[in-house]
Design a protein around this ligand. Sequence first.
Ligand code: ATP
Ligand code: MG
Length: 262
Amino acid sequence: MSEQSCRIIALANQKGGVGKTTTAINLGTALAAIGQRVLLIDLDPQGNASTGLGIPSTQRELSTFDLIAGEADLSACVQDTIVPGLAIAPASGDLSSLDTELVDEADRFRRLDSALFAGGSIYDVVLIDCPPALNILTLNALTAAHSVLVPLQCEFFALEGLTQLMSTIKEVKAALNNTLAIQGIVLTMYDRRNNLCHQVAADARQTLGSQVFETVIPRNVRLSEAPSHAMPALLYDETSAGSLAYQRLAAELLHRMRDGSS
Ligand code: ATP
Ligand code: MG
């Protein structure tokens, strides 16, 4: 994907439950709220981003499965969400069968890249919500993306998990997408009363320097409640600490992108 006007960002971390989907939904909403045309691509068979944005599994006639299987183009899969300016290509459970279904296909890691190349340029930002695995779906995301945004939960072993992700990113750069960049690391579920959280955040900043976003996403109950109301936290409770943090993250991301610092 070479369209420079459209920034494609994969949200990836093979560790489960670190805030990839929460970040995809709420960062996408915050970017749309400041006028960006945003597409969220749900590449996780769990389909949490789709459900969290009000698209139940019964309303996903075409999904990212069809996109990667080569059976539908992007515009056919995309649906509007309740957030103006934020569209979604929803996921379906059969995504998990693609690993075996496409095993003999030489272009199996480039399917999403091709689909976005053909139909992605109408968006300013494309966010790809990856599953918690370094599988064919995540490899499609990393091949299609300009950059990777890594949510990092402030907990013990968080940094160890990053080593594996970074070596996968290196391999993808060498074999599939030589311009892939690290967009940054976002610290999530930060609890300022927890000393371990402070320690992990300090270690991350020391090891990774300016790659770590200044904005930290706090642990906030509104962020975890919102998906059960099928809406982003920014609609559910606009002034909650979680919503405000994602608005700051959107501003910081745009600032860094315009600055060319990542
Ligand atoms: P998976 O790897 O399973 O796809 P994920 O990395 O996408 O998970 P999320 O689904 O975003 O992670 O978050 C995991 C759980 O933690 C969810 O129940 C979510 O509502 C909750 N959660 C995420 N971020 C926060 C936060 N900042 N404060 C409170 N709860 C949060
Ligand atoms: Mg998820």
